[in-house]
Structures are given as structure tokens and as C-alpha cells.
Design a protein around this ligand. Structure first.
Ligand code: F6R
Length: 606
């Protein structure tokens, strides 16, 4: 998604901005640009389609100036091109604007400006803002931005630079994140703390409907109506090193390898061995309130939604409370019934996904209770929910989610055990689950250590076009996540199907060229899954299984077994080899693993 970086202070802005853009590359983008007010008071602009390293080549050798803004764009209005890259300027090249989000009344505003004689130099909605702001040269910059934003409907996180008044940058937010970084007589701004953590960990997050006038020596925040607001800075716990690949060839590989440590952090301080239960202080629900919950609804997008499916299963099995996961986008568009005795759980790694945020806001508007399961501390969804479980998985930089899928599933297990122990989950079962959770990091390490087996397995998939993933019950969620991971990094067509549904249609597609990966835990449904394998084999479909130790069913062409756990936790371990499989198929197919085509790390538009 689009990324914003800004700097104002005592140093030259350009190197800081370029380094910030590199930090935001992981979010996915198609063009990049930078604007700096030079020592002579002129606006120096460079922008182009393509990568940040191409923008670097366009920069003048000596670009001196200590106020600037820069952007990575992910096209919404207008194709990816040099002219549509941000920043956008007014006709006099005085005002420069960078913007994340979408202006919904762009065509009406554009028509009005064109009728007044304004010539547009891009197809973007953002350029409108530059012209609107420039039309009020007498007003203070923050007042001009405020007045322009009153004419606009839509979402934005934006930064505005005025070459005539380079002592301040104005930022504003409505639906798209903006964070200010506080330095020593210098200020940073960004859409994502990753871009400023190298310089400062002292930050302030703007709320929706807020703007800030940022100067080298500080900032003032206000509402879009002009009323002053008071912000308390917070400290980012992630270090700059956490955003580095280190010796790993890809962030995806690094983040798969980090899972044992990430799971330890998600578990840390949350196992109550004395009472065979768990303790989640952040959910802020007393035992009697947990007892009153009649239903649980889980919302998220992509892998976060699928982790919610694993979570729903854990909650139903361990707490015997009806639980269901739904894509957040579907939920928010169907005028959902929000019930008093339902607990809503929003899942998001980034804490910025627009549809999930909108679902949270819809629930709150209707008086519902919502918890967040979120990785990024201080993110919008984390703050909007106000309570929940932070994963503490560390930054996830690869576009595809791996360690946060696992840690979210662990967080759901912790929650399900706490809820279950308040209800009918026995002390003995609770104790076994705590032991199994504590064993997970070492079990994940053992799976990752057998990567060479997965490399050989991956070779069998690289030449194909289609792959089916099949599973039952929680194994179906594992199949869904396996298919999503494979398709997004390797571009193979991968489809997940509930094992029982196979014969209601998808079986028609099974051929000797269409391999199927069956999620085959040795649980109560083992024999049913073996029957599914026989159905596929009868159509000459090659079958591979992720399973538990033991003799694999006859006719299976490849098997990878994972250590056994408590049955409810099996999905967490069965998923790990599928992450590695997706990685190695993509590697052997020479795909851009950390930045798959067309995808973005955090989807802050509808
Ligand atoms: C898949 C993936 C995406 C995200 C989805 C939600 O590997 O990463 O499907 O899971 O975009 O993102 P968050 O969790 O940030 O809300």
C-alpha cells in the first residue's frame, strides 16, 4: 500500500526520506517520489514509476534542504506512471502533497477546478488537494489544509509541504495512518513506524479526524474543526534491527524461522500453571462477563480471517461457545445484526486493514463489544478496539503472513483455554493444553530443521499449474491457509476445499496433472480423510499429505509428518510445512517472494 515519509529538522532531508522509502518498500508499491524545499526556497521534485532504487538515480547529486516529504504509491486513481506518482503540486509548484487513501468526490472537485481554469498534470485524486490548498495563499498552511479537507469526502493520510513556508509540514488523517516521530530538534512523520524507527522510538499516533502542524522543534495537533488536541507520546518496542533480513535471503524465510521465538513471546506471562488456565490481562473482561458470552464472531481479512477460522474451532472445542469467523468485508456490507451477548473479535497483523477497521467501527456504533487480536502495538485497530491480545510477534515485513498466522492461532488457543476453564474445560485437560502450548516452539524448530525434505517435495510442484488443498474441520482452515500461501508467493493456482465438499463439484477437476495436498492429522477424522484420498487416487490424482508420524495411506506420493500435540493444537503445527512448501515452490519458480505481484502488506483501502 502507499507509504508516507516526511522530515523537518537540522539535517538534509533527502537521505532520511530515501532511507524511509526503502523501509516502506515491503508494503508493496508501483511508483515513488520525493519533494524537498532547497536552500533557495525552491521545490525540488523527483518521481517515477518503478522501484525506489530507480528514483534514487533521478535525484540531483546535491539536494540540500531540511524539509521534505516522500511517497510510495500503490495505484488507485490513475495507472502506475511517472506523472501519477506522488508528490503532486499546484500550478506554481509551491505546494506538494502526498496522500494515502481515496478521495471519493474527486471527479466533481476536478470538474469544478477545471472549469475555473486549472490544468491537471496527473489523473490522480491527490492533485486536487494541491490546487485547493494553493488557492488560499493568505491562509496559514494548516488553515488552508483544513479548509481544503472540508471540501473533500473520502479517506486520507496526507502530508503537505509549502515551499514558501518550509518551516512546517502539515499532516492529516482520516482512515489512513499517520505517525509522528519526535527527535532532538527534528521531527519525522510516516504512515508506518518502520520508516522512522531508525531515528526515534518516541512517537505520537494521530487519530482519525486529526491533523498536525509539524515543525523542527515540535508539533501541535488539532481536530479538522480546529479544536486543539492533546497527545501523549508512546515508545515503539521494535528495534531497527528487527526490520533487517540479516543473513536470510528473504523476509519470508526469516519470519518462518522466527516462529519459535515469536510463539514464546505470544505465550510469555500468559500461562497460569497453578490453575491450569491462561491469563490475558488485555482483554479486560472479568470472569462473570466471560461467562455471559453466548456467541463469538471473529472478523479479519485474508490470513487473519483464516486464523480466525482456526480460532473459532478452538473456541468451540475448548469452551463450547458457538464461534464463527467471517471475512470482515462481508460482515460490514451486510448491515449485520450486532448482539449484546456476542463477543466480537477483530484479527489483524497490521492493525490497519481498512475492511477490518470498518467492521470494528460498525460493531461499536451498534453497541457491540469488540476485542482485537493485533500484532502492531498502537495501530488503529488496536487502539479502536481498546482491549484485546497483542501478539508480540515482532515486525512482519514480508507481504505474506507467516509468523503472525501462527501467533494469532496461539493467541486464540490462550483465549479459548481461559474461556473454557471458566466453563467446562477440566483442570486435567487445561493442564495438558498448557504443556502442549509450552512445547510448541521446540516442535516448530524440529519441523523447520527438516526443510531439506520440503525442498524435495517442492520440486514436484514447480512445473504444474493447479494444486488442491483438502482438509476437514480445523484441517480445512489449514488447507485454506496452505492454498493462500502457495498462490500468493508462487502464482500457482491453488484452491482449498473441505474434504467432504470435494465430491460435490471440485472432484471434476482432479486429473493426473492436478496434485492434491491433504491435511491428514491422526485424529477422529483420519479414516474419513483416507476415504477422500481414495476418491482422489481413483481419478489418478497425485496425493501428498501433511500428517502425523505413522505409515501414510497407500498410494500417497509424498508425506511430511509433524510432531503430535493436543488434537486442538494440531492445525498450528500442520501449517508450518505448508509455509515452507510455498516458500520453496516460489523460490524454485524465481518469484519475487517478499513482494508478490499486485499485493500490498497492509490494505488500507476498501
Ligand atoms: C496473506 C496475507 C494477507 C493478510 C490480510 C490481512 O499472506 O498476508 O491476506 O493476512 O491482508 O492483513 P492484516 O492481518 O494486517 O489485517
Amino acid at each position: 500500500m502507499c507509504g508516507i515519509v516526511g522530515y523537518i529538522g537540522k539535517r538534509d532531508a533527502a537521505p532520511i526520506l530515501m532511507e524511509g522509502l526503502h523501509r516502506l518498500e515491503y508494503r508493496g508499491y508501483d511508483s515513488a517520489g520525493i519533494a524537498v524545499v532547497d536552500r533557495a526556497g525552491g521545490l525540488r521534485l523527483a518521481k517515477c514509476k518503478g522501484r525506489v532504487r530507480e528514483l534514487e538515480k533521478l535525484l540531483p547529486q546535491r539536494l540540500r534542504g531540511s524539509a521534505g516529504i516522500a511517497h510510495t504509491r500503490w495505484a488507485t486513481h490513475g495507472e502506475p506512471s511517472d506523472r501519477n506518482a506522488h508528490p503532486h503540486c499546484d500550478a506554481g509548484s509551491r505546494i506538494a502533497v502526498i496522500h494515502n487513501g481515496i478521495i471519493e468526490n474527486a471527479s466533481a472537485l476536478r470538474a469544478r477546478l477545471e472549469a475555473a481554469g486549472v490544468c491537471f498534470r496527473s489523473d490522480t485524486d491527490t492533485e486536487i488537494l494541491a490546487h485547493l490548498i494553493a488557492a488560499m495563499p493568505e491562509a496559514a498552511l494548516d488553515a488552508a489544509v483544513r479548509a481544503a479537507l472540508r471540501m473533500v469526502t473520502g479517506t486520507y493520510g496526507l502530508a503537505v509541504l509549502d515551499a514558501a513556508r518550509p518551516d512546517a509540514i502539515v499532516v492529516a488523517r482520516n482512515g489512513s495512518p499517520v505517525v509522528l516521530g519526535i527527535g532532538e530538534r527534528e521531527m519525522f512523520l510516516a504512515s508506518d513506524p518502520a520508516a522512522l524507527v531508525r531515528h526515534t522510538r518516541n512517537v505520537v499516533y494521530l487519530d482519525d479526524g486529526e491533523m498536525a502542524l509539524v515543525r523542527a522543534d515540535g508539533f501541535e495537533t488539532s481536530t479538522l474543526d480546529g479544536g486543539a488536541t492533546v497527545k501523549t507520546p508512546s515508545t515503539i518496542s521494535w528495534t531497527n534491527e528487527a526490520f533487517d533480513k540479516g543473513d536470510f535471503p528473504h523476509f519470508m524465510k526469516k519470519e518462518i524461522a522466527e516462529q519459535p521465538e515469536a510463539v514464546r513471546r505470544t505465550l510469555s506471562g500468559r500461562l497460569e500453571l497453578r490453575f491450569q488456565t491462561t491469563h490475558l490481562g488485555g482483554i479486560e473482561l472479568a470472569a462473570h462477563e466471560l461467562l455471559e458470552i453466548r456467541r463469538i464472531k471473529i472478523l479479519g481479512c485474508g490470513s487473519a480471517y483464516i486464523a480466525g477460522c482456526v480460532g473459532a474451532h478452538l473456541i468451540e472445542q475448548l469452551a463450547r461457545v458457538p464461534a464463527h469467523a467471517e471475512p470482515a468485508s462481508e460482515f460490514r456490507y451486510r448491515n449485520p445484526v450486532v448482539e449484546r451477548d456476542t463477543l466480537y473479535i477483530a484479527v489483524s497483523q497490521s492493525g490497519e486493514t481498512f475492511d477490518t477497521l470498518a467492521a470494528v467501527q460498525e460493531i461499536k456504533r451498534k453497541g457491540g463489544r469488540v476485542l482485537g487480536i493485533v500484532n502492531v502495538v498502537g495501530s488503529t485497530i488496536g487502539r479502536e478496539c481498546g482491549r484485546g491480545i497483542y501478539l508480540h510477534a515482532g515486525p512482519e515485513v514480508a507481504v505474506v503472513s507467516t509468523k503472525t498466522f501462527t501467533c494469532t492461532s496461539v493467541a486464540f488457543a490462550l483465549f479459548a483455554i481461559q474461556l473454557g476453564r471458566i466453563r467446562d474445560l477440566s483442570t486435567a485437560h487445561g493442564g495438558r493444553l498448557l504443556d502442549a502450548l509450552a512445547a510448541l516452539p521446540e516442535q516448530i524448530e524440529r519441523i523447520i530443521a527438516r526443510e531439506a525434505e520440503i525442498v524435495r517435495l517442492a520440486e514436484k510442484f514447480i512445473g504444474g499449474e493447479h494444486v488442491f488443498f483438502v482438509g476437514r474441520s480445523a484441517g480445512h482452515a489449514v488447507a485454506m491457509e496452505g492454498a493462500l500461501k502457495l498462490k500468493e508467493v508462487s502464482y500457482l493456482h491453488a484452491e482449498a476445499c473441505s474434504a467432504a465438499e470435494l465430491k460435490h463439484g471440485p472432484l471434476a477437476l482432479i486429473t493426473p496433472e492436478t496434485p492434491t495436498i491433504v491435511v491428514l492429522p491422526r485424529d477422529d477424522l483420519f479414516h474419513k480423510n483416507v476415504s477422500t484420498i481414495e476418491e482422489i487416487r481413483a481419478r489418478q490424482g497425485p496425493v501428498f499429505v501433511v500428517t502425523h508420524p505413522g505409515e501414510p495411506p497407500a498410494g500417497v506420493e509424498g508425506a511430511f509428518d509433524v510432531p503430535t500435540s493436543e488434537p486442538e493444537l494440531d492445525p498450528l503445527l500442520l501449517n508450518i510445512p505448508l509455509q515452507l512448501l510455498a516458500y520453496h515452490v516460489a523460490l524454485q519458480r524465481s518469484c519475487d517472494i517478499d513482494k508478490p505481484r499486485n499485493l500490498a502488506k497492509s490494505v488500507t483501502v476498501e
